[in-house]
Design a protein around this ligand. Structure first.
Ligand code: PMP
Length: 369
């Protein structure tokens, strides 16, 4: 007995974890700064940690009321009906739900390339095909309606990531609308706003008022600092409301995740501080890194460093873990998550040091030749 043919499936490559790097280098994990997975450097909101402790003894029961309380709080936050909020295990889980609700065998999704790896992964194991549109460095990674529509060929789901991972570029709401207007009647345009809190653009939630072909993805992993709990959601058109119950994994979102999410929504303070920290760190990195960067609406910055694998490896030895973007198809770039003030400054110093040494070595090698 073997699994089905998974040869066209790629495995997800996460940013390296602190513990594994510490073990590899034989150093104390506390000596490392991890800026590889776009996590919140301020940690979780205190209110969420308190809620987890308070509700810990309820985990013998399935989550029911916590699920509807959180759904209701999110619906109110966005001015939508409860049925339009599809809670899920991370935004990743919402991607699965949307695929389950849309893709018939051999239908396709259209996804950005480079882009977030889970769109094609999930489509493939839901028996879908994958087409891509280019997010071109030559165009400063800007996505226009033409970029998407030139590649569009009747796909069932079209992904727009705003802010885009790993480039940080955002898409104007008018452009989202133009794309939704010009794709087919049975195409769902999914606007992934996993990093939406950090960007100065209006949420595509606005479009759900008048349209039945746009959905929005949001997560508690980034600005809310709850990545380890796996909590996210899709906002869907009114017409889609009934589908959730038919495609949702029973109790996919845990009691504790719901409780922590609710507590996080009741205190704006943590999100505000997270957004402020990110805005500062983005600007600090863009101004002080001795390497080209691109304007970012996310909690990270894409940096062109030459050989990303070599630079990321060298940085690890300096105690800074960043994301090598080779797996995104950008072997010359690293992605650095915005850290605390101390972490960000240390990362900038380490990157500049590594780049400096590399150019000295190259200059030496050139004179020896
Ligand atoms: N979308 C994008 C663009 C992402 O970068 C991520 C996380 N890396 C996600 C969705 C999924 O986030 P989560 O499942 O943690 O909510």
């Amino acid at each position: 007995m073997e699994p089905r043919d998974l040869s066209s499936h790629a495995a997800y490559v996460p940013g390296e974890g602190i513990e594994e790097v510490a073990r590899e280098l034989g150093v104390d994990p506390d000596s490392l700064i991890k800026l590889a997975s776009n996590e919140n450097p301020l940690g979780p909101p205190e209110a969420s940690v308190d809620a987890l402790r308070e509700h810990a003894d309820r985990i013998s029961a399935y989550p029911t009321s916590a699920h509807s309380d959180l759904t209701n709080a999110i619906a109110e936050r966005w001015g939508l009906d409860d049925e339009q909020v599809w809670l899920s295990a991370g935004a990743d889980g919402a991607i699965d739900l949307l695929h389950r609700a849309t893709i018939e065998p051999d239908q396709s999704i259209l996804a950005p390339e480079p882009g977030f790896a889970y769109y094609p992964m999930s489509a493939r194991y839901h028996h879908g095909e994958v087409a891509t549109y280019p997010v071109a460095k030559a165009a400063d990674f800007q996505v226009t309606p033409e970029t998407v529509l030139d590649a569009y060929d009747g796909e069932r789901v079209v992904y727009l990531t705003s802010p885009h991972n790993p480039t940080g570029a955002t898409i104007d709401l008018n452009d989202v609308e133009a794309i939704a207007d010009r794709t087919g009647e049975d195409a769902l345009v999914v606007v992934d706003e996993a990093y939406g809190e950090f960007a100065d653009v209006e949420s595509a939630r606005t479009l759900l008022k008048d349209r039945d072909d746009v959905a929005v993805l949001r997560t508690f992993s980034k600005a809310y600092g709850l990545a380890g709990l796996r909590l996210g959601y899709a906002l869907v058109p009114e017409e889609w409301a009934d589908a959730y119950a038919k495609v949702n994994t029973p109790f996919a979102v845990s009691e504790l995740a719901c409780r922590a999410g609710l507590a996080a929504m009741e205190t704006d303070d943590h999100v505000e501080r997270s957004v402020e920290t990110v805005a500062w760190a983005r600007e600090y990195m863009a101004e002080n890194l001795d390497a080209p960067t691109w304007e970012s609406g996310g909690n990270f910055l894409l940096v062109e460093v030459g050989d990303a694998t070599e630079v990321a490896e060298a940085l690890k030895h300096e105690g800074v873990i960043v994301r090598d973007c080779t797996s995104f198809g950008l072997p010359e770039c690293i992605r650095i998550t915005c850290g605390t003030e101390g972490g960000t400054k240390a990362a900038v110093e380490a990157v500049n040091g590594v780049l400096d040494r590399r150019s000295e070595n190259e200059a030496e090698a050139a004179t020896e030749r």
